[in-house]
Design a protein around this ligand. Sequence first.
Ligand code: ZN
Length: 227
Amino acid sequence: MEYHHTSEMKGVVAEYLNMCIESEHNGLCRADKNTKDAEDANKLSRIVKAYTTVLSELGEDVDREGLLRTPLRAAKAMQFLTKGYQEKTQDILNDAIFDENHEEMVIVKDIELFSLCEHHLVPFFGKAHIAYLPNKKVVGLSKLARIVEIYSRRLQVQERLTKQIASAISEALEPAGVAVVIEAVHMCMVMRGVQKMNASTVTSVMLGRFHDDHKTRKEFLALTIRK
Ligand SMILES: [Zn+2]
């Protein structure tokens, strides 16, 4: 929704309202929307309450000025950081896949990613490098970054995140091969001193020709990973 201009947004809202007015189930649209809004509000207030409990159990005075709105902010931040659960890769790829007789390796390097480690609820972040060998179908390059975003904005472990990105591309494009490498720093390790500040964890998934043919794999790795 944020991507729409205000004028477009007004158009969408007007269209929705018209639909409701014209619809035989006129009352239903509004009722559905109200129920959904009420559910969302209830959910948010339960998360806020939970964060208030967490803070006070940590020994904080939840009534002190700096913390007054913290449970609400934290609840909204957590919802934002996990909003990938509400998004499907099919929805964003539907109109972005094209037929193309291109068979050379397509590489997108350094896609920024921010995720939350599911064991500690603490961020891990870094970069994803993606490559695929098209088999008639190609996709807009920005959509590869969107796929990374959809799966990073969930509670994750780096290995699964890497796998999910590779599978999503594989399913959507049916390419001759897919390679995904993620280099990330985990705050849960850095902050506890388990990992040095700049040491990153590298995970990779190689499918199809990237898996079977070591020359293809080597070419991709040489082009992406920094020594
Ligand atoms: Zn962790």
